[in-house]
Design a protein around this ligand. Structure first.
Ligand code: F0G
Length: 511
């Protein structure tokens, strides 16, 4: 037996190898605002971070106010885990969120909060809550159908109505309906969605590499293209299923159809993040609200990445006039130091039994709630200064990237986004005259090689969106300043030159 040493990689060893291939396997030892530090030859090197903890550090790494507060909480022996007791701090977070939603949605409806530890978990709480709603609807339909079937049978037996063979008719209706009652529900979500990678949430994540192996584990989604008018209605029509019921007309028992609630919920990110930073068109947002109202299903808005102020407003959905019945939040809610997540459910749809059915040991703990409360206070301070800063800094970043696109129109296909959630898409290199670029394309890791180059040569950290590897994502904190934007543009200009004029050789050359 060999001794266990740390030179052997035990923690996801394959991933470490993949990162090494693109030169991304760096160990960061300190973080502050937009900078992450690592040690190179005994010297601390600062790396400008545009990944921002996958969008969880809107307030920057190690925000001093949050660090100080966390220190106080820990030094004061605040009990972090006191499950099944009063949690006034969780209530304060929910109350703050209600104040913000009332203002931003111009509504006076309450939203109740279910806490979680990660984005995927908040989404799955939403999936379960929507299924509980659907279950109650089905129970109601079932009871109504049972009553009318019993009435039809009694009418036939009492000679008040006619049916060829009432026993056979009732058996056929029951068999037809039972098959629908036993069927798994469907969710609707856009093509390109990312809602998490747990057994349930991964079914709503578009990328087949993440999803298909696990599709037998839970309810499925139908993926709707966001730029094809009418597509949502077509998918809904194609999936329509009807229950059978019995009715008496002109003393004759006959079978009638009643729509079955096939769908559980319509779940969407206002800006598809991991799918390539695509904002949902306003026309699609309108369709979402209309179709969900027609079907009687909740709209679940995933604000996990785009929300909490990143786009210049607390809710990224507010730019689209999109209204949610549920909202999922995580990432920046924890200020970059806590794992805070929450699902909000509109009072009129809220199923109070859900509280007895759903829980997590770590969710709603005092530490993450208190940090989230502090984060919300910081976001709302000075009449929303953070939101205005995100909008202003984001616009500056977007304009700088657009100017670079104008310099290299054949290399940069598109620059898009809102606030501090920006994507830069490179032109596809599958047909490039350069063999190196064609090979980078074929490997499926194009953006990762660009990221590796930016890290090695310019001490800049960015990643592609992993389901759209030609798109680099930029999600810095509100501390982003003009000199940092200049640094990024200088580095990206070199990438563009390399691609256009030098066949990408330096992108592929790992030190
Ligand atoms: N929803 C959205 C919109 C997300 O971007 C993510 C994660 C999740 C849900 C899941 O949250 O990781 O806390 O369970 N997005 C990462 C990304 C992984 O690449 O942007 P989680």
């Amino acid at each position: 037996m060999t001794a266990v040493g740390t030179e052997q990689e035990y923690a996801e060893p394959y991933l470490r190898g993949v990162l090494a291939t693109a030169g991304l396997d760096v160990e960061y030892t300190r973080g502050e605002a937009n900078t992450l530090y690592y040690n190179r030859d005994g010297r601390e090197v600062g790396v400008l971070d545009f990944v921002g903890g996958y969008g969880s550090t809107l307030l920057g790494h190690s925000h001093p106010e949050l660090i100080e507060y966390a220190r106080e909480l820990l030094a004061g022996q605040t009990p972090i885990h006191a499950q099944f007791s009063r949690h006034p701090y969780a209530n304060r977070v929910a109350a703050q969120l209600n104040r913000i939603l009332r203002r931003d949605l111009d509504s006076d409806e309450n939203y109740y909060a279910i806490f979680a530890n990660s984005g995927a978990e908040a989404i799955e709480a939403g999936m379960k809550h929507a299924e509980l709603e659907r279950f109650s609807r089905i129970a109601g339909l079932r009871a109504e159908i049972e009553a009318s079937v019993a009435m039809a049978r009694a009418a036939v037996e009492g000679g008040r109505a006619r049916a060829e063979d009432i026993d056979a008719l009732v058996a056929a209706v029951n068999e037809h309906n039972q098959a629908l009652f036993d069927s798994t529900p469907l969710f609707l979500t856009p093509v390109g969605s990312f809602h998490g990678k747990l057994a349930g949430s991964v079914q709503l994540t578009y990328n087949p590499i993440y999803r298909t192996v696990f599709s037998a584990l839970a309810a499925q989604a139908r993926f709707v293209p966001i730029n094809e008018p009418g597509a949502l209605d077509e998918i809904v029509a194609a999936e329509r299923r009807d229950l059978h019921d019995l009715e008496i007309a002109d003393d004759q028992v006959r079978v009638v159809s009643r729509p079955f609630p096939v769908f559980c919920a319509l779940v969407l990110e206002p800006i598809l993040g991991e799918g390539g930073i695509h904002e949902v068109p306003v026309a699609f947002a309108k369709d979402v609200n209309r179709v969900a109202a027609d079907l009687g299903i909740p709209v679940v808005i995933d604000e996990i990445q785009a929300g909490m102020g990143r786009t210049g407003a607390f809710l990224s959905s507010s730019h689209l006039g999109l209204r949610g019945d549920y909202y999922a939040m995580a990432k920046s809610l924890g200020g970059g130091i806590a794992k805070a997540a929450v699902l909000l459910v509109r009072e009129s749809r809220y199923q109070r039994d859900f509280e007895m059915m759903h829980s997590s040991t770590f969710a709603k703990d005092s530490f993450s709630c208190l940090i989230a409360e502090k984060v919300l206070t910081m976001l709302e301070a000075n009449d929303g200064e953070v939101y205005r800063t995100a909008a202003r800094r984001g616009a500056e970043l977007l304009n700088a990237l657009r100017a670079l696109q104008a310099e290299y129109p054949t290399v940069i296909a598109q620059v898009r986004g809102r606030g501090l959630m920006v994507g830069l898409e490179f032109a596809n290199q599958a047909e490039s005259p350069s063999q190196v670029l064609r090979e980078l394309d074929g490997g499926g890791f194009f953006g990762y090689y660009v990221s590796g180059f930016l890290l090695r040569e310019y001490d800049i950290r960015t990643f592609p969106t992993s389901s759209a590897v030609y798109t680099l994502r930029f999600e810095p904190s509100v501390h982003l300043d003009t000199s940092e934007i200049d640094r990024l543009i200088t580095a990206l200009r070199e990438v563009c030159r390399e691609i256009r004029d030098a066949g990408g050789t330096r992108l592929a050359a790992i030190a």
